[in-house]
Design a protein around this ligand. Structure first.
Ligand SMILES: Cc1ncc(COP(=O)(O)O)c(C=O)c1O
Length: 429
């Protein structure tokens, strides 16, 4: 890769001063930091015109690639008609109906702007509906950055179940008392924690695919059965898995239907939009006419139901529902992951590639990884070094984290990526 120009260095300098050098927690080391100028299909270019094959994809929304012509056209048309109204508009009604058709648990949809809001509201709705205070989540499960979600999501050590470890300073200590933590794929522990706390437990929240860790056979079915038996709502966080693992998301892929599900990323086609979907009877707790009369869960937001996000989402779903789409997404990912496994095996580098559908993660370990304690035992420094070596060679990715694959990734992209994987493995061997 060519070195950065003096101009891009100056932009990075301004970014360090103006925004602290990053927009959240994603930050490449200073020598690899870039300022992106544009994206198209599977590629992004920095301000020097250096090209990268992109596996960040805006952290997941761009399942059909950057600046897809159908999305661009839809957004341009809507931009001329007005950008936001804070009330009902035709595109958002159509998107809600499209989601209801696709999502097994969806009878109705409430829109918000970000995934963090969607999970916050799903948990609040569950507490309002059941009248119970606690939420159970799984260790290593990421549900955005609201106070309830940032519990044992990325702790540096295993959790002392069911007490959570807060992932951030600044969270009121009272929140900890309202969150329980269990271990992903551990049915016995789940049974025990639920039996002990069922009378105070409003909901269990999980991703059907926990980041990249697949549910063990029968785990989600058992979770569904336990939640039903104890009168606890089951929330699937489908912000990543929704429309990605299948058109009907993780619910369709794994054949387990939750009570509520949260959406983000793909449904906004790269524009800010997220949602909570579920039965009308449960979502009715957000009905503003109940205020002061019945349990009412406050749900509001300036940009909720934004029509630009809605038309971008509708255009994206149009592309995704064409025949052969998911076969292609799965096949592209399979070529990448089986190619990577073979390259590592040739070099005697033990890896475990986790994931399902067009999302995967590489762990450097000689043991399979099924839960968060397993993740903690992997060589995370090596995973990051591998990721950084890939960035140096022309892949844009979040080092040590998940790879997102899109419909725009071509066979040539896969070939080039595998060449880069080979060089990167040699570099860290
Ligand atoms: C599973 C999951 N839930 C929630 C979120 C939060 O979404 P947002 O970043 O839109 O707030 C994310 C973000 O990556 C996510 O992966």
């Amino acid at each position: 890769m060519q070195p950065r120009s003096a101009e891009q260095e100056r932009l990075l300098h301004r970014a360090a001063s103006a925004v602290g050098g990053c927009l959240g927690t994603f930050r490449l080391p200073d020598d690899l930091a870039i300022v992106i100028a544009r994206g198209s299909g599977s590629r992004v270019w920095d301000t020097d015109g250096r090209e990268f094959i992109d596996y960040v994809l805006g952290s997941g929304p761009l399942l059909i690639g950057h600046a897809h012509p159908a999305v661009v056209a839809a957004v341009q048309r809507q931009a001329e008609l007005g950008s936001t109204f804070y009330t009902l508009n035709q595109p958002i009604i159509e998107l809600a109906e499209r989601m209801i058709d696709a999502i097994p648990c969806a009878e109705q949809v409430k829109f918000v702007s970000s995934g963090t809001e969607a999970t916050l509201h799903a948990m609040r709705i569950a507490r309002a509906y059941t009248g119970k205070p606690l939420v159970l989540k799984f260790e290593g499960g990421f549900h955005g950055v609201n106070d309830y979600a940032l519990m044992s999501a990325m702790a540096p050590r295993p959790t002392d179940y069911p007490r959570p470890i807060p992932d951030s300073a600044g969270i009121p200590s009272e929140v900890e008392a309202d969150v329980l933590v269990a271990r992903w794929n551990d049915v016995d522990l789940l049974r025990e924690v639920m039996a002990t706390h069922a009378d105070r437990l409003a909901a269990v929240i999980c991703e059907p695919l926990q980041r990249s860790l697949v549910p063990a056979p029968g785990f989600l079915a058992e979770l569904r059965e336990l939640t039903r038996r104890h009168g606890v709502l089951l929330i699937f966080d489908e912000i990543v898995t929704g429309f990605r693992l299948a058109y009907g998301g993780g619910q369709e892929r794994y054949g387990v239907v939750p009570d509520l599900a949260t959406y983000g990323k793909v449904i906004g086609g790269g524009y800010p939009l997220a949602a909570v979907a579920g039965p009308a009877e449960i979502l009715a707790v957000t009905d503003p006419t109940r205020r002061g009369k019945a349990p009412f869960a406050y749900l509001s937001g300036t940009l909720n139901g934004n029509p630009i996000g809605a038309v971008a989402g509708l255009a994206t779903l149009d592309v995704l529902r064409a025949p052969g789409t998911y076969e292609r997404l799965y096949a592209t990912t399979e070529r990448l992951t089986s190619g990577l496994r073979a390259l590592a095996a040739e070099r005697d580098i033990p890896i475990f590639v986790a994931g399902d559908g067009p999302v995967f993660q590489v762990f450097f370990t000689d043991a399979p990884v099924h839960d968060y304690p397993g993740v903690l035992k992997t060589d995370r420094a090596r995973a990051r070094a591998f990721g950084l070596a890939c960035v140096e060679r022309g892949l844009f990715l979040n080092p040590g984290e998940k790879f997102y694959v899109s419909l725009a990734h071509t066979d040539e992209d896969v070939d080039r990526t595998l060449e880069i994987f080979a060089d990167a493995l040699d570099a860290i061997a």
